[in-house]
Design a protein. Sequence first.
Length: 415
Amino acid sequence: MTDYSDALRYARGRNVVLPDEFYMMDLDARANAATISRLASLDQISHVLELVNKSLESGSTFHDFKKLVEESGIDLPEYHLANVYRTNMQNAYAHGRWIEQQANKDLRPYLQYSAIVDSRTRPTHLAFNNIIRHIDDDFWKKYYPPNGFQCRCTTRSLSEKAANRIGITPDDKLSELPANKYDWDFHPSRQATHLNDVVNSKLDDIGIERNRAQELLKIKDDAIVQQEANQAVKGALSELDQQNKKHLDDFLSQNNIEPSSPRIIFEFAQDEEKLTELAQEALIRKSHDKKSNSIWNTIANAFTAMLSKAKNLKNKLTGNNLKGFDAFNLQVGNVIGIQTPTLFKTAESTGKSITILDMKGHAIDLSKINGLNGSLLAPDLNLEVVSVTDTDIVLKRTDEIAKRLFVANNQLCER
């Protein structure tokens, strides 16, 4: 269970009523942790990389490097330090090897890729083994080793005669290789941007401080945006009554989940309009407004987290209340795009009977949460109209792109 679940059990065991703010604390904790991590990383990474470069210059061993890091009071796992050390050592040596090969390319104008062939070698690296291409070929811009963390591959230079004797790899064989490297962006010809040359270039202190200041300002701006987004979400929540608070506590005591996720979903399940209106505004503005994007991500992440705990497992959902949906003049074949988490249930004041097909896994089953009923339809859900009568509407989930977009309680727009 999470720390929040432990706190909840402790409070309930002593009949302590937790304030509404408790259920949203994890949003701020998560934002603060991210900011602190970025600030710590900025300082620690800068210092660790300085120590790597000292090791490069002095020829120190990994043990010497690790001791320097420990003496600096930086607490990082040994595997992480080993990765940083070996990766940057590899890159520095690759840079030196590349310069030597370039200087000697009149005599040895071809390179051969050499992978260590054993059980530890990645399959993609084995695919490169023994490839021979001219040193100026574009292949080496993509695949000159190292090709990933702790890559042990290397190259050897060949004369034209030796390359022809062994066999230069034809173009059609290269087309079978991966289109790009998924975890790496290194080439020795660009080493001026790498650590070894950063140190040797003797950048002036003003330049370094300006870059650091820019990063700090970005961290600060991002933190403020996230804080404002969290406040907006919390401000859109209505006060929980004691019964709903008990239902929420019951759910949290049985599920390992951060409290803000069910709290947000509870709000949608109560059909409260303020949060839906906030979601609608964030949806419209998220592509060009960072705060709106953060608000939308918070809501979408809450839905995803709750979907993992209370996923609808029925193919067919039935009800008569999809608020605002009646505003559509539905025709068979229309595809409607549900844009925000949308409550679908059976209400006493009956409207048309609505059936939605092929919905397994695409809604939260609110009946799995004590005190709630109905379903919460997933955002970005497309529904095709199968049939329409005076009394019934049948819809089915589809992968077809919607032409008409729907936000709970309101028609959004025609696409």
